[in-house]
Design a protein around this ligand. Structure first.
Ligand code: BTN
Length: 240
């Protein structure tokens, strides 16, 4: 598999964060599909201000995007990115079942294998994607796994090109057809739909109820006692 011609790859041995680097390049005018990759990150960024430990052997990549779409729909791209990772894992032949955890984690057999971090700037955004290819952190509060541990083809170069291919397919479909097919594909592998969950918010408060639906914009619908609320940001946990 080769990198599609629209991508301009900027490859590092080591960088602080491919997201930070992609934002810097985008601000300096780098075109859409600038594809920043690195072997190691010294300051990898996770969601909610966490760090993303980034040893050599895993995939760290960020794509510069300039979609001509209103800000209200841009968060849908985290679902687009999750679908692309799912496609990549299918193609690498991981054995366990692939699932999506709202909003944008990708799990294999219930353990996290990939993290996605969208960050925005003026007229551009960057989609940062980490995929555990050779290693996974042993000591996370949630379970983690890797392509190698799941019996997939742990070929970093193939995964780097394959992620770009898969992302381009899913991104173009979103541009052409909107969120509906993205939502359907994501729901087909959603984890926890119809189950009791707890949600924690950035401010530290929590709520619980049944994960009853994903709305037309990508918000999680939490239902309790006949009342529903839509959640656009937060972390979800499944009850035993
Ligand atoms: C998460 O917390 O689940 C999101 C993790 C996102 C990690 C990727 S690795 C490539 C890109 N560069 C970063 O600094 N973060 C993202």
């Amino acid at each position: 598999m080769t990198l599609p011609a629209v991508f301009r790859r900027v490859a590092y041995e080591e960088v602080g964060s491919t997201n930070a680097e992609a934002l810097r390049l985008a601000e300096a005018g780098a075109p859409e599909f600038t594809y920043v990759t690195t072997r190691r990150q010294s300051a990898g960024r996770g969601r909610r201000g966490k760090s993303w430990i980034s040893p050599e052997g895993n995939l760290y990549a960020t794509i510069v995007l300039r979609p001509d779409r209103p800000p209200a729909v841009i968060s849908q791209l985290s679902f687009v990115a999750a679908l692309a990772v799912g496609d990549l894992l299918d193609r690498l032949g991981v054995a366990g079942s692939i699932g999506f955890k709202w909003p944008n984690d990708v799990l294999v057999a219930g353990s996290k294998i990939s993290g996605i971090l969208l960050e925005g700037g003026q007229g551009h955004l960057v989609a940062g994607i980490g995929v555990n290819i050779a290693h996974f952190p042993p000591d996370t509060p949630y379970g983690a796994t890797s392509v190698a541990a799941e019996g997939g083809r742990a070929d970093l170069d193939a995964a780097t090109d394959g992620l770009a291919v898969a992302f381009l397919e899913r991104y173009r479909a979103w541009l052409e057809e909107g969120f509906r097919p993205v939502r359907e594909a994501w729901l087909a592998r959603a984890i926890g739909l119809g189950r009791e969950i707890r949600v924690t918010f950035r401010e530290g408060d929590t709520d619980s109820g049944v994960f009853s639906a994903l709305d037309e914009s990508g918000a999680l619908v939490l239902t309790r006692g006949g009342a529903s609320r839509k959640i656009t940001a937060g972390e979800i946990f499944f009850s035993a």
